[in-house]
Design a binder for this molecule. Structure first.
Ligand code: NAG
Ligand code: NAG
Ligand code: NAG
Ligand code: NAG
Ligand code: CA
Ligand code: CA
Ligand code: CA
Ligand code: CA
Length: 463
């Protein structure tokens, strides 16, 4: 009504004012018919209401209020027999409740035993008191009406999540003069009394390590039975070590915040925390869940050689001997990290390699005097899909073996000598060559006398 009146004051044209007056008149007629026009056709309603109240009369919470004052006894039956018709005068009893309708708001955490509303009716005449009754009650005695004071007492705990609105019809009786009725609404107000709930206590999920940043891979499905802000939740990752690899997006999904690398971190154990948005921060409720994230391997690393890039072997190494063991490591897991070794195809292969263990075998005789360094290209390939490979050049240095005899540059030396040549004159430089190197190739000269080595070797000067 207040709204309508304020609307009327805003109307400036006479025409719309008349329309509004007509509308308000119509409203009043409808109200009148609702409250007075329909007689109580069946008084069983009233006695039902009385017995409902009786049902709740022995509850424990009434200690704070004298039981008798909430106990509604029907002395209704005497005056109004079921089926009795009402005279027109009685129907026209003036409006006796102070309001056309009562509406109360009750927080769902209101303690039973609290007075949560009151209906009042005008005094009809001196000496006659108003008596209140509940006629219809969809709360089944949740709100107990004091038949003398018109106060409503909450008899049990409310739960907004179960029922939000209760509608009662209350009757007031004035002595013998008849009755009026009024609708009473109890609106239950939400209180933040429900925790956020994760669909699971602990989640387990696998994510490929090459997932792009921003990929969301787990819906946490948090619900909160409360209403409005009390039921809205903010979810966050609470990592003990301040790890920021994951975050929860506004839709409650767990998403990748920075790139993964299985080779540096293959699993994550997170705690996710959901907090509702109750206006009063102290009333906010929180729940947590565990999330285990396994990072699935992707073949993103190529094998890398750990064995030396060169080796030295004797020239006289036997065929099929192991020259060296080639080794490469691949940090990926499973077949992505399995390495096989191959040699670059050459028509004449001096070496062969065992694919699985990398042992390099000699296949051809070596001759340092022909080739003192051989280069062999080794390739290590993983078994990933697609596979990755890397190659290296192995330098094989051939170490000399003493496999050559010294040879004189000439088979035969001749010399003419004057008889007066002084003792100690240098006459001839002998020369013998040796194919070997180092100590093996160093040549010493000896004089033979009757086929035996007689003295220390010399530098080959004949004096
Ligand atoms: C009254 O209380 C008693 C026990 O305390 C119980 O057995 C009985 O059902 C209650 N009566 C009603 C109408 O609730
Ligand atoms: C979880 O949430 C997602 C997306 O909001 C939805 O598709 C899915 O059905 C939900 N799962 C459950 C068990 O509620
Ligand atoms: C390679 O070595 C493995 C043992 O490490 C052996 O079982 C396999 O037969 C070898 N392969 C060849 C081709 O010799
Ligand atoms: C021969 O060798 C021995 C010992 O190696 C040495 O004592 C001697 O002086 C050498 N003689 C000559 C002629 O070089
Ligand atoms: Ca909540
Ligand atoms: Ca609630
Ligand atoms: Ca990898
Ligand atoms: Ca690999």
């Amino acid at each position: 009504m207040v709204k309508i009146v304020s609307l009327i004051t805003k109307m400036d044209t006479a025409g719309s004012l008349i329309k509004w007056k007509t509308f308000i008149f119509y409203l009043m007629v409808v109200n009148y018919m609702f409250f007075y026009g329909v007689p109580f056709s069946n008084m069983a309603d009233a006695s039902q209401a009385a017995s409902n109240q009786e049902k709740w009369s022995n509850m424990t919470l009434v200690e704070r209020h004298p039981l008798s004052s909430w106990y509604q006894r029907s002395h209704w039956h005497g005056n109004n027999k079921p089926g009795a018709t009402h005279s027109p005068q009685r129907r026209l009893t003036p409006l006796s409740f102070y309001k056309l309708v009562y509406s109360f708001q009750v927080k769902e955490d209101t303690q039973p035993g609290t007075i949560v509303g009151n209906v009042e009716a005008g005094e009809h005449s001196k000496g006659s008191t108003n008596t209140f009754f509940v006629l219809e009650d969809d709360g089944e005695g949740l709100f107990l009406l004091s038949h003398l004071s018109g106060d409503f007492l909450l008899s049990r705990s409310l739960d907004y999540e179960t029922q939000r609105l209760y509608i009662l019809t209350v009757v007031v009786k004035h002595g013998d003069l008849g009755a009026s009725r009024v609708r009473v609404y109890f609106n239950v107000l939400d209180v933040n009394d429900n925790l956020p709930v994760f669909r699971l206590d602990s989640y387990s999920v696998s994510v490929p390590e090459d997932s792009p940043v921003g990929t969301c891979f787990l819906s946490l499905n948090v619900s909160d039975a409360d209403d409005g802000m009390n039921g809205e939740v903010d979810i966050e990752v609470t990592a003990e070590d301040g790890d920021t690899t994951f975050l929860v997006n506004p839709d409650g999904a767990l998403c990748l915040n920075i790139e993964l690398d299985r080779e540096s971190s293959s699993d994550y154990r997170l705690t996710v925390q959901a907090t509702d948005r109750a206006l009063s921060i102290s009333r906010r409720l929180t729940a947590t869940a565990r999330v285990v994230i396994n990072v699935d391997d992707i073949n993103d690393n190529m094998p890398s050689f750990t064995s030396a890039g060169s080796v030295t072997i004797p020239e006289d190494t036997a065929l099929q001997a192991v020259v060296m063991v080639i080794q490469a490591v691949d940090v990926d897991s499973g077949s992505n990290g399995d390495v096989v070794y191959t040699l670059e195809d050459t028509s004449v292969s001096v070496f062969s390699i065992n694919r699985t263990n990398g042992r390099l075998y000699l296949q051809q005789p070596l001759d340092r005097e022909q080739l003192d360094t051989l280069t062999v290209t080794v390739t290590a390939t993983d078994r990933g899909s697609p596979p990755l490979a890397s190659s290296m050049n192995l330098a094989v240095h051939v170490e000399d073996a003493n496999d050559h005899n010294p040879e004189f540059t000439h088979n035969y030396y001749s010399l003419a000598l004057r008889e007066d040549t002084p003792r100690g004159t240098s006459l001839l430089q002998l020369r013998a060559l040796d194919g070997d190197i180092g100590f093996n190739g160093q040549v010493w000269y000896y004089k033979l006398s009757q086929g035996h080595k007689k003295d220390n070797g010399s530098n080959g000067q004949v004096q």
